[in-house]
Ligand binder design. Sequence first.
Ligand code: ADP
Ligand code: ZN
Length: 719
Amino acid sequence: MTDNLLTLLKTHFGYDQFRPLQEDAITSALAGQDTFLLMPTGAGKSLCYQLPALKLNGLTLVVSPLIALMKDQVDGLKANGLPAELINSSLTASQINKVQADALSGNIRILYLAPERLASPGFRTFLRGLNVSLIAVDEAHCISEWGHDFRPDYRNLKYLRQEFPSVPVMALTATATERVRQDIFDQLELRGARTLVASFNRPNLTYQVRPKRGAMRSLEALLGQHRGESVIVYCMARKDTESIASSLTARGLKALPYHAGMDPASRRVTQERFTRDEVPIIVATIAFGMGIDKPDVRLVVHYDLPRSVEGYYQETGRAGRDGLPSDCVLFYSYGDKFKQEFFVRQVEDAAERDQAQKKLNQIVQFGELHTCRRAYLLGYFGEVWEAENCGACDNCLAPAEEYDATEVVQKVLSAVVRTGQRFGAGHIVDVLRGSRSQRVRQLGHDELSVHGIARDVPDDELRLVIELLVAKGLLGKNDGDYPTLALTVAGNRFLKEKERLVLPKPRRASVVGVEADEMPMDQALWQRLRTLRKSLADEEGVPPFVIFGDVSLREMATYFPQSRDSFALISGVGEAKLARFAEPFLTVIIEHAQEHELEELPTPPRRGQRERPSSGSVGSTFEETRRLLQQGLSLEDIARRRGYALGTVLGHIERFVGAGEEVPLAHLMPPPERLLKIIAAFQSTDDGYLAPVQEQLGKDYSYEELRLVRAYLRQGQSA
Ligand code: ADP
Ligand code: ZN
């Protein structure tokens, strides 16, 4: 049975294993049992009724409250080759007729319905003619008046139960207090239901609280770290959404406001541009919510204090639905509490007012917390978090402080100026730290007055300062393969006017990235794949994530599959997507691999692993190479230890360098004289290809040696 389900999972959805509770939910539904499934956002609820739909003889009806979501789900299923349709008010009468006919003749397996349909007698007649095997109620809390999202139309669901008394019902939700849960059971008449409750921990999310003072600057820095990625910024007032969005736009960051006061058409357009990766940043009131099913939101910012912990959890829950590391940042000041209290006082009913005040106090407590934020959030939902240190909230990572960074900033900017504004961060750091590497000496940069002036500042701190200066617009970074740094107008002014600057102190583990993403991917290929995804999505009129999620693209940019067989091993590639998309994606990957002389790498084994793979295990093969390099082993020794060909180890090294990672390579370099010759040869050919360099130097210089030196040079140049 299990094997069978796993095969269906890979064939139709392209995944290799179930996530926690999915299999339980699926077997329960297949056994004809009612099921209640409480799982946090992003845990993978949809699959729990979509997969049974493939195995069951009849039709699976899915009731869902939001038209836009329904369409995305159906598009996603169709992209996986599954016959699914929807019926809601967005369809014309003749389209509805067509879908109904298809449903009656058994041509579709999954039919999404808007709940208000059920009120129509004509529609009920249609339903009566169907062979229904499973009824799934998504966002089941909408049925309860006690919840925050009550939809009167959901009361029509009782009718489904009456009409199909023997068909199992699956109720799914991400939020349900005990009272709401009871209500769901009563209203849907769940009988002896299998109740499945997942942990509410979202392991891929980091939680941070930052001071409200200087929030705008801080926000810009955050957006700089998440450039090009999808971000939601929540604020309280409508006018703030507009002013923040426009000041971000003025700073060259594409942002749009969203609030309930906008007309429905502009709201829809805004939402669509966000889903389709055309505008990365939305600045919104909490009106921007349930309709957003975008799996790849990488940052959720609360510019103002939320009203409750529930609200905060739900809004931050929209980050990282695809399981990839994502950040949640709250800007907090005690003063915000008074703003919210103003609203609390407007509540007329005394009991409700007390309740609102209590909730506000709890989120204030969260803001002021000096202990683990994750533990507090989970505790709020009645879960005990055992670990002492979650490793992914600001309090578990060292506390953040700010410091007067004027001096080090002056040093960094001067070094950029003195070296001629044409080097990357790596080289600037080398000069500041007083490196006597070949490259520094060869360029004569060891003679400069800035050489070694920041000897006392660790490498990664200097790099962070550079990143922050780029984010703050004091340094400009051009977009090439080897981005170089130059002072902006603001940067020049800073130096001339002797301005001062306060920066956040670096923390050890960078807060960005839980379970630090171990697998370094090829950034350039990632960008090319994203472009391809976007153009295919536009052709088909679907959001990009319907074609492939970020997880799939990241794997492609990490393992470079170059045949259909290896492409099929990528997560998210099932039969239908293999047939439709292997060709365009392989074309891009192969082209890129040839241009950059990259070899295909084996994808990590996933089959048979019960737990969701931590990104650690995915990257562990790189991790080991990195460790051995750090121990100062030679290339040959590493290859021998690992039982790999030299080329494979070189591939790892190139990957580290491509991902902008600092790994020690100096000890692998040939003797100075030889090294200089190779460097000169590379400089004379300038496109970085190996063949012409080897031709120039002769067969005495091995291909591996040249690759190593090239990686070393690239590391010096890139940021
Ligand atoms: P929820 O409805 O619980 O918020 P979704 O059903 O939207 O979550 O799933 C979240 C993401 O996880 C989707 O991108 C989905 O394709 C992916 N996903 C679901 N199940 C698996 C699985 N077993 N392996 C890998 N990814 C999965
Ligand atoms: Zn913590």
